[in-house]
Design a protein around this ligand. Sequence first.
Ligand code: COA
Ligand code: AMP
Length: 631
Amino acid sequence: MADYQHLYAQSLNDPETFWGEAAQALHWDKPWDSVLDRDAKPVPRWFVGGEINTCFNALDRHVEAGRGAQKALIYDSPVTDTKRVYTYAELRDAVAAFAGVLRDQGVQKGDRVLIYLPMIPQAAIAMLATARIGAIHSVVFGGFAANELATRINDAQPKVIVSASCGIEPNRVVAYKPLLDEAIELSSHKPSSCVIYARPQAEAAMIPGRDIDWRTAAEQAQPADCVPVKATDPLYILYTSGTTGQPKGVVRDNGGHAVAMHWTMRHIYHVDAGDVYWAASDVGWVVGHSYIVYAPLLAGCTTVMYEGKPVGTPDPGAFWRVINEYQVKVLFTAPTAFRAIKKEDPEGQYLHDYDLSCMQSLFLAGERCDPDTLYWAREKLGKPVVDHWWQTETGWAIAANPLGIEPMDVKPGSPTVAMPGYDVRILAEDGSEMPDGEMGNIVIKLPMPPACLPTLWHNDQRFVDAYLTKCPGYYLTGDAGFKDADGYLWIMSRTDDVINVAGHRLSTGAIEEVLAGHEDVAECAVIGVADSLKGQLPLGLVVLKAGVERDASTLGKALIQRVREQIGPVAAFKLVNVVKRLPKTRSGKILRGAMVKIADGAEWKMPATIDDPAILDEITEALRDMGYAKR
Ligand code: COA
Ligand code: AMP
């Protein structure tokens, strides 16, 4: 094994050699002219001049190397009682056939394909098929409502939308098709066709002339070959929450992404071709893009696609069953999943039913891993547990414990050290560097490593404004924290209006927009309050318009329903109260930070800029009514 310090220093001092060597592991249709174009705008670009096909590298390359019979994808769905294995050859064929369907629908290089699918193999097939013909996918998570889907349709302007008749949650069948129809109705952009995968749990009403049945079309289509694209051409757009209701369309390129994904499997997760790797997330999130679909397949691993939950499908032993049944070497999930398991099986009784000797390590991300969860997982599993920190924008870990390079000492609460390629700094508001141990804005000095976003979809300006302007020469992560004397990073909070609910990234600003749209609401604030299961929960405080008399409970129910309908069940918005006034600074800015501290029962200081301190007493009262603000 190499030594971390050495590799890290090399990656920053000579990124061209570092990533140029990493890129040799892949098949390039045309070699790059330069590994890194430092003059590109708005940020430096990787593998400029090179041509590659991501799908070829994820599938065909392995089949051509003689590993067509190896398992590529295992689908395990306790919610439908279904299991299915695809070998690399079978997955390649299914992808090539579906790429033919997309091509028949007129999809060409650079066109967008929007994918709104549950956790079924067809989601990975549709993503890879899009990549195969050089088009750009945009996957939308199934827990979003029609309105959110419509926003993404309008922004990405897909030629084709791929969806299914339904998704399945443990307590209900989620009919996707009506949501899709409503979203298309709401959006000004209309796709030319929709390909629908029919599932037996719900029938989809098809619109003649627009909707096509997946199976029928795939049977008729001729398989499509891989189309080489520029390394800098987008592979996908993935929307993520920002400060407003308009999500950010994070763009991922083909070349840098493939190189980084492949590199991380061996160096961070310490797995190789043939190993079974399971990211228990959803294809709708970045973890699903990177570690259910692309990285494991690029590395020749077997990936597991699990349509179920950590608990309730059927019990808190579900994860152990899957690990044992498929001989999973590495599991990657969010801490919230482990908190859910711990809540139902605190003693880890279900672990006794399974032999987990195949398991090498557990990786956690998506939210800060609280030390209690880390200790519990480590003790019960008896395996290394790695908390690693990253975000949709980067596509892979900014900080981790690189088990494949050199396992480092664990400091619970810290995601360990910066990964190669990431020059992470802690800056004060004035841009100066903070001393060790002191909190500041966490930034990454440009250039960022391969796979990190080169821009936002069709919006360079928003990219520059949101990430590059506050600290020139650096990418602003939106997280605050510090670096300790050993170089370990500590990620403490967000500096914007983003909250993290069960590992899902949500914008409080977006929820506020929905509440403010209610006819009785004059103004409102949504804050993220601490929750022992989901990490954070959104909590809304609303002020009624003058003269409006409304029963708080009836209004609350209406507002909860409104958020569910407009953002989706995934917002988990269930806490709302009516207050007379909101605390503000003298310049009119709502003091959300102070309310969060009060709600969580944390230490807080009266903000010097507050307009009327008495309002905070009223807020404390309202929060106490809801079971918060207890000290
Ligand atoms: N389609 C439709 N609805 C969905 C959905 C999907 N793909 N995913 C979640 N929802 C719904 C849920 O059914 C739930 O609805 P409800 O209010 O009617 O109960 C709501 O959205 C909230 O979902 P969630 O926050 O996931 O809560 P949960 O109570 O269903 O499950 C956990 C809690 C901890 C078990 C669950 O969040 C989990 O498995 N987390 C794993 C971590 C993870 O996947 N993180 C992603 C990033 S790594
Ligand atoms: P997402 O883009 O949905 O992956 O969310 C990214 C955000 O989640 C980060 O900017 C952090 O705020 C938070 N996050 C993710 N992983 C971690 C972690 N390991 N520790 C602390 N925060 C994390």
